[in-house]
Ligand binder design. Structure first.
Ligand code: GLN
Length: 279
């Protein structure tokens, strides 16, 4: 609504506070700005007071300065994930013909943020959820991206990885919550798809399987970049090293938590420190 009615705003703040929403003033302001009528604003506030995610209720959310459609069935883009985007942009240059795969793409936020800054590079966002990919497709249009496509496939299946060769990078924010985490989800997160959250008993299933399956899809020197939970970085770095990745690094998010693990794929033959072994 263009015209902000102070009475309505106060009413929304009261409703949100009663539901235990921390930033009631700010959220009430966003809701009134977004809603098309007073009745719509009141309905959103009522649902928000029951801890439905604000992002789903508004229907769009910002990530890396770009707009993303979100709603039931897709993971909401998190600010922490911008660390992964920064990590890639700092290490790669844009090049015609270059290809990058974004595994478990969800809303497509990682691939689209990268695509906006690497217009010559081709991105494929892969996800097993057709519902999530409907959002990714909308977001491609919303952002006017001409260099991203999607594929509905299981990234844990060997036949999916086998379709990709010579990738300059594989980026991935997989489901990584543990069985214990899933028992203690914040009320808002319970509305998000478990498929996008649960990473097996120790949260590491996707890292183990994706690292082993997708290494062969990378070109020599290609970059593998994972987002992880903040307690998982060392374990994920170990997985990369065990699978032959080199130059591994752990990066922190803006909150100071270890968040991103990356490494490079170097075939033994091309690595300078073994070049005199004549293999
Ligand atoms: N970062 C999300 C959370 O804390 C988890 C997303 C994921 O598993 N990739 O809820």
């Amino acid at each position: 609504m263009k015209q902000m009615n102070p009475m309505l705003l106060r009413r929304l703040v009261k409703m949100l506070r009663a539901g235990g929403i921390e930033d009631a003033e700010l959220e009430a302001k966003w809701i009134t700005e977004d809603a098309t009528s007073e009745a719509a604003a009141l309905e959103i506030a009522e649902r928000r007071a029951k801890h439905e995610p604000l992002q789903y209720l508004l229907g769009t959310w910002e990530f890396y300065g770009l707009p993303f459609c979100v709603g039931e069935g897709v993971l909401i883009p998190r600010a922490d994930t911008e660390t992964l985007v920064d990590a890639v942009l700092m290490r790669m240059s844009d090049a015609a013909g270059q290809q990058i795969a974004d595994l478990c793409t969800g809303s497509g936020c990682i691939a689209l943020a990268l695509a906006a800054h690497m217009p010559l590079t081709q991105f494929t966002g892969i996800d097993i959820s057709g519902q999530a990919l409907q959002y990714a497709e909308k977001n491609i249009v919303l952002n006017g991206a001409h260099n991203m496509r999607t594929e509905c496939a299981d990234v844990l299946a060997a036949e999916t990885a086998a379709r990709y060769h010579g990738l300059a990078a594989v980026v991935c924010n997989p489901p990584y919550l543990t069985a214990e985490d899933m028992q203690n989800l914040q009320a808002e997160v319970r509305y998000e798809p478990a498929l996008a959250l649960y990473g097996g008993a120790d949260g590491l299933d996707f890292y183990r399987r994706i690292t082993a399956l997708w290494r062969g899809a990378l070109k020599d020197g290609g970059l593998f970049v994972f987002e992880t939970g903040c307690t998982q970085t060392s374990a994920v770095r170990d997985i990369l090293v065990e699978n032959g990745f080199r130059e591994t690094e752990i990066l922190r998010d803006l909150g100071g938590n270890p968040r991103v693990v990356l490494g490079r794929n170097h075939s033994l033959q091309n690595h300078s420190d073994v070049s005199d072994l004549n293999i």
